[in-house]
Design a protein around this ligand. Structure first.
Ligand code: ADP
Ligand code: ZN
Length: 711
C-alpha cells in the first residue's frame, strides 16, 4: 500500500531507522486507515513512533494527550531535533507562550501538539481544536484511565468526549502496563470503536539480570562502577536516608552522584533530575519515586540496593535501563534481613492489604533466590511463557549444579532441634560455623553437639542452602517468634528416616559476562571503546550547545554503531540506525569529523585501524599535498596513495577529484576495456589488455570512476 511506504520513508528521513519493528508497521497501517488502536508495549518498545510517524504523513495535526509535563517537553525537544514541527500546551506556559503555540496550530505549521488532560478539558479548548484539522488523537499513558491502576487520573475518564465530538478522527491509546483489566477499561472508557488491540511481548532482552548477596554491597557497587565508567545509572534504595548516605559515600570516592527522594524540595528534585538527564551527574541514588516522568534512553544500569516489595515495581524500575535497546545491566542485592524488615513494615499496615502484599513479597524473594532462568520467572509472572532460557541472566550464564546435600541438611536440622528451635538464620549459621559471638555464648549454643560442624562451608553458602531448605519446606520460619527456625514433618524425615536432600550450588569460578568484559579486551574492541568515548564527549558538548539532553542528540546505540562502523562520509553516516537526514544536517558533520580525527590519531600512534590509512591520505590531500609528496612523506609507494584516492572516491568523497590524475580522454579509452573485462578484473590483466599504454595507477583510478558512475 502506498501510505505505509510513505510512512517508511518518513521513518528513515526523520528518525533514521530503516525498518519498523513488527508491530509498529501494523499499528501504523491501521491508523492510516482510520481504525482505532490500543497498544500495550513495554517501556522502550517504540510506542512513540506509532503515532509520530502517522502524524507526519497524515494531513493535519496529531493531538497527543499526555499526563506528564516533564515528558512532554522532552518529547517535543526530540521531535524538533529530528526536524518535526511540534509544541505543547500545559499549565507551565505563560499566556504569551500559549498564544504563540495556538497561532502555530492555526497556521497549520505543526504536525504534533502535546496537551495535558486538564488543558484538553478546559473551557473553549475543544472548540479551538475544531478549528484545526485534527488527524489523530494519541492517548499516552492510557492506563491512567483505570481506577484499578497505580496512576489513576480522574480527568482521563472524561476523555470519551473526544470520540463524541470527533467521531471521524482515529484514536490510538498507548500504555506500558501489561494488565488485561486495564486494557478493557481503556477501550470502554475512551469509547473506542471496535479497536484493534496490539499486545507486545514484555520481554526486555537487552537487560542483563543479576542478583548478588548483599554482603559488602557498597564495595561491590564501586567495583561495578569501575566496570561501567561514566555510564549513567540509578541506585534504588528503600529509605530516604539510604539514598543520602550512599550518594555521600560515592561522592567522597570521587563519583559524580546525587540523591533524589520525596523529602527533598521540588526545586532540589528538579535540579537532580536535570543534572541526570544532561549527563552532568552519572549516578542518582533514589527512592522509587524517581524515574516516573523521565524518558532518558541512555540509562545503562539499575541497581537495587534493597529488595523491592514486589515484582511489578522491580520490573518497572529495571525497565528504566536500556530504553535505546543497547546492552544494560540490572543488579539486585539480596539479603534475608531485607525480607525480614520489609515483612515487619508490611504487617504494621492494614490487614486485608497485608496478605496480598506478603504473597507478592514472597514471589519477589523467590525470584531473588531462583535457581532457574530469571527472565522466565519474570515473564511468567506477567502471564507470558518463554520456551527457552534467556542466556542473559546470571543463572543462564552460570547454571547451578545440584548435589547430595543430605549431610549438610542434617547438620542444620540437628542444630535447630538441639537448640530447642530458638535459632534464627544468622545465629544458626554462627553455631554451625563455630563462632564465639556473644549471642552464641550467652545462649550456651557452643555446648550443643553440632556446634562448629559446618565450619568448612562459608557463611554465604550456608545462607543459600538454608534458603533452599526453607523453600523446599524442610524447615519453617516463625515470623512471630523472632524469626526462629522450626522443624517440620519433612525435617523429621531427614533427621530420622533417611530422606535424601538435593541442594544446588553455584559455581564461583565462572564469572558473569559483564565482569569479563572489561578485562583483556581485544585491541579492536578497545579502539571501538575509545572512539565511543570520544563520540560521547562530542555528543555532550553539542547537547549543551543546543540546550538538549545528550540522548536527544543521538542514542547510545546509535553512537555504538558509529564506533563500530566508523562512517567517515555522509552516505555511510546516513546508513547508521538513528541518523536521519535532518539530524545529519545538524550534527552529522561534527561526528564524521570526529571519527576521521580519531582514526588519523590512532594511525599516528601506530595503531592499525581498518579504513584509516586512506583517511590519512585524505587529510594530507586536503592540506594541498599531491600524491607523490604524500607518498614520500608517508614512506609509501605512490601507487598505494593513488589506490587510497580510488577508495575514497568509491566511498563517496566528492571533493576527491580523480580527473586531476587521469584525463577524461584517458578514462574513455580505459573504461572501454574495463567494460569488456569487468570492474573486478585484475589490474595486471587490464594493463596488458591495454597494451601497457597506461600506468597502473590510471587504471586503478578509472576503475573507481567506472564503479561509481556505472558503465
Ligand atoms: P516507548 O515510548 O515505548 O518507551 P520509545 O518510543 O521511546 O519507546 O522508543 C524506544 C527507543 O527505540 C527509542 O530510542 C527509539 O528511537 C527507538 N526506536 C523506535 N522505533 C524504532 C525502530 N523502528 N527501529 C529502531 N529503533 C527504534
Ligand atoms: Zn536467563
Amino acid at each position: 500500500m502506498m501510505e505505509i511506504r510513505e510512512a517508511r520513508e518518513a521513518l528513515k528521513l526523520y528518525f533514521g531507522y530503516d525498518n519498523f519493528r513488527p508491530m509498529q508497521e501494523q499499528i501504523i497501517s491501521c491508523l492510516l486507515q482510520k481504525q482505532d488502536v490500543v497498544v500495550l508495549m513495554p517501556t522502550g518498545g517504540g510506542k512513540s513512533v506509532c503515532y509520530q510517524v502517522p502524524a507526519v504523513v497524515m494531513p493535519g495535526i496529531c493531538v497527543v494527550i499526555s499526563p506528564l509535563i516533564a515528558l512532554m517537553k522532552d518529547q517535543v525537544e526530540a521531535l524538533l531535533v529530528n526536524g518535526i514541527q511540534a509544541a505543547y500546551l500545559n499549565s507551565s506556559l505563560t499566556p504569551d507562550e500559549q498564544y504563540r503555540v495556538e497561532n502555530a496550530c492555526l497556521s497549520g505549521e505543526l504536525k504534533l501538539l502535546y496537551v495535558s488532560p486538564e488543558k484538553l478539558l478546559s473551557s473553549g479548548f475543544l472548540s479551538f481544536l475544531k478549528r484545526l484539522q485534527v488527524s489523530l488523537f494519541a492517548v499516552d499513558e492510557a492506563h491512567c484511565i483505570s481506577a484499578w491502576g497505580h496512576d489513576f487520573r480522574p480527568e482521563y475518564t472524561q476523555l470519551k468526549i473526544l470520540k463524541q465530538q470527533f467521531p471521524g478522527v482515529p484514536m490510538v491509546a498507548l500504555t506500558a502496563t501489561a494488565d488485561r483489566l486495564t486494557q478493557k477499561d481503556i477501550q470502554e472508557q475512551l469509547w473506542m470503536q471496535d479497536p484493534k488491540v496490539f499486545i507486545a511481548s514484555f520481554d526486555r532482552p537487552n537487560i542483563n539480570l543479576m542478583v548478588k548477596p548483599a554482603r559488602d554491597r557498597f564495595n561491590r557497587i564501586t567495583e561495578f562502577l569501575d566496570r561501567h565508567q561514566g555510564q549513567p545509572g540509578i541506585i534504588y534504595c528503600l529509605s530516604r536516608k539510604g539514598t543520602e548516605s550512599i550518594a555521600d559515600k560515592l561522592k567522597r570516592k570521587g563519583y559524580r552522584a546525587t540523591c533524589y527522594h520525596a523529602g527533598m524540595s521540588a526545586q532540589q528534585r528538579a535540579k537532580a533530575q536535570e543534572a541526570f538527564l544532561k549527563d552532568d551527574v552519572q549516578i542518582v541514588c533514589a527512592t522509587v519515586a524517581f524515574g516516573m516522568g523521565i524518558d532518558k534512553s541512555n540509562v545503562r544500569w539499575v541497581i537495587h540496593y534493597n529488595l523491592p516489595k514486589n515484582i511489578e515495581g522491580y520490573y518497572q524500575e529495571i525497565g528504566r535501563a536500556g530504553r535505546d535497546g543497547a546492552k544494560s545491566d540490572a543488579l539486585l542485592f539480596y539479603s534475608f534481613a531485607d525480607v525480614m524488615s520489609m515483612r515487619s513494615m508490611l504487617t504494621e499496615g492494614n490487614e486485608k492489604q497485608t496478605e496480598l502484599q506478603l504473597v507478592k513479597l514472597d514471589r519477589m524473594q523467590q525470584y531473588a533466590e531462583a535457581t532457574i532462568c530469571r527472565r522466565r520467572i519474570l515473564l511468567q509472572y506477567f502471564g507470558e511463557t518463554m520456551t527457552k532460557n534467556c542466556g542473559n541472566c546470571d543463572i543462564c550464564r552460570n547454571p547451578p549444579t545440584s548435589f547430595d546435600g543430605t549431610l549438610l541438611a542434617q547438620k542444620a536440622l540437628s542444630a535447630i532441634a538441639r537448640s530447642q528451635e530458638r535459632l534464627n538464620m544468622g545465629l544458626l549459621t554462627d553455631v554451625l560455623r563455630g563462632s564465639r559471638s556473644a549471642q552464641v555464648l550467652e545462649g550456651g549454643y557452643d555446648k550443643i553437639k553440632t556446634y562448629g560442624a559446618g565450619r568448612d562451608t562459608s557463611p554465604m553458602d550456608w545462607q543459600r542452602y538454608l534458603h533452599q531448605m526453607l523453600n523446599a519446606g524442610l524447615m519453617e520460619l516463625a515470623y512471630d517468634q523472632n524469626y526462629s527456625l522450626k522443624l517440620t514433618d519433612q525435617s523429621r524425615q531427614v533427621l530420622f528416616e533417611g530422606r535424601q536432600v538435593q541442594l544446588v550450588k553455584f559455581d564461583e569460578i565462572k564469572q558473569p559476562a559483564e565482569e569479563t568484559i572489561s578485562r583483556a579486551r581485544p585491541k579492536r574492541e578497545q579502539i571501538k571503546d575509545a572512539l565511543f568515548e570520544r563520540l560521547r564527549t562530542l555528543r555532550k558538548r553539542l547537547a549543551d550547545e543546543y540546550g538538549v539532553p545528550p540522548y536527544v542528540v543521538f542514542s547510545d546505540s546509535t553512537l555504538m554503531e558509529m564506533a563500530a562502523e566508523k562512517p567517515t562520509n555522509r552516505i555511510a553516516m546516513l546508513a547508521i540506525s538513528g541518523v536521519g537526514s535532518l539530524k545529519y544536517e545538524r550534527y552529522g558533520y561534527d561526528f564524521v569529523n570526529e571519527i576521521i580525527n580519531f582514526m588519523t590519531d590512532e594511525q599516528e600512534k601506530g595503531n592499525k585501524v581498518k579504513g584509516a590509512t586512506h583517511l590519512v591520505t585524505y587529510e594530507e590531500l586536503k592540506k594541498g599535498n599531491n600524491p607523490e609528496q604524500i607518498a614520500a612523506m608517508r614512506n609509501l609507494n605512490p601507487v598505494t596513495i593513488y589506490s587510497h584516492l580510488a577508495t575514497l572516491y568509491e566511498q563517496g568523497y566528492d571533493d576527491v577529484d580523480l580527473y586531476r590524475f587521469v584525463t577524461k580522454k584517458e578514462y574513455q579509452a580505459i573504461s572501454k576495456t574495463i567494460a569488456g573485462m569487468g570492474a573486478d578484473a585484475k589490474l595486471k590483466d587490464l594493463y596488458e589488455a591495454l597494451n601497457e599504454q597506461y600506468e597502473y595507477y590510471k587504471i586503478r583510478l578509472s576503475i573507481a570512476i567506472y564503479k561509481r558512475n556505472g558503465a
